[in-house]
Design a protein around this ligand. Structure first.
Ligand SMILES: Cc1cc2nc3c(=O)[nH]c(=O)nc-3n(C[C@H](O)[C@H](O)[C@H](O)COP(=O)(O)O)c2cc1C
Length: 207
């Protein structure tokens, strides 16, 4: 895959894009503030290094797309490789670009499971399994994010609510993300059983 070759031998230009996927570790899951901690340090560092981009989290996976100078992105990549909040980092691309996709954000953090409730087009990527994305799907995924954020900039309605979640929330979203249909059916069946019991009790059929 040429993108991986590029990652090993990054091109020497001023503006590059670095995209990777990784998996959250138990260390990452054990702290309720992992995402907001990452977000906070990233915004501070990325602003200093003029790095822009997005960080998506869903189903226990990260997908990050960042843009900046080759040197700054290489430094970031080296820091990321040492970070024990995630593992199994797979570089999807490290290549020269002519313009930034996410020029307005030092780092936008996105909780994917939270977003699909808004009827957002990312639904088609759920449950989120970024290791399986091919080049075309990755482009389409990034296009959807880019368009959404450009619209927010145009309309001045940028959603800047901080990313906060609890350990339980993460664990639940991980499980629920994978078994949404199962949980839905179980809930519906449970409600039906309770209603049937109530009906039998009220119509004196049990006692
Ligand atoms: C999934 C993930 C994404 C991250 N993204 C960034 C980032 O965009 N910029 C950044 O500076 N640090 C990012 N970090 C944090 C770095 O791994 C590292 O902890 C941080 O850059 C260290 O900063 P410091 O040397 O200023 O303490 C990320 C960490 C994780 C786990």
């Amino acid at each position: 895959m040429s993108a991986i070759n590029n990652a090993i031998n990054p091109v020497t230009t001023d503006l590059c894009q670095f995209i990777y996927v990784s998996r959250i570790t138990s260390t990452g899951l054990s702290s309720p503030s992992t995402l907001s901690d990452i977000s906070e340090i990233s915004i501070r560092n990325n602003e200093e290094d003029a790095i822009t981009g997005v960080l998506c989290y869903g189903n226990g996976y990260f997908l990050q797309c960042v843009e900046g100078s080759e040197q700054d992105l290489t430094n970031l990549k080296n820091r990321l490789l040492l970070d024990n909040r995630h593992k199994e980092m797979k570089i999807l691309s490290f290549e020269e670009i002519t313009e930034r996709r996410f020029f307005s954000w030092w780092l936008r953090s996105i909780m994917l499971e939270r977003w699909i409730t808004k009827g957002f087009e990312l639904k088609e990527f759920m449950p989120f399994e970024p290791y399986n994305l091919d080049d075309k799907e990755l482009k389409s995924f990034l296009n959807i994010l880019q368009e959404y954020y450009q619209d927010q900039v145009r309309t001045g309605s940028v959603d800047t609510s901080p990313v906060k979640y609890s350990t339980l929330g993460v664990t639940l979203s991980k499980v629920v993300g994978q078994h949404q249909a199962f949980f839905l059916i179980q809930t519906v069946l449970g409600v039906l059983v309770v209603m049937a019991l109530l009906w039998l009790m009220l119509s004196d059929k049990i006692w």
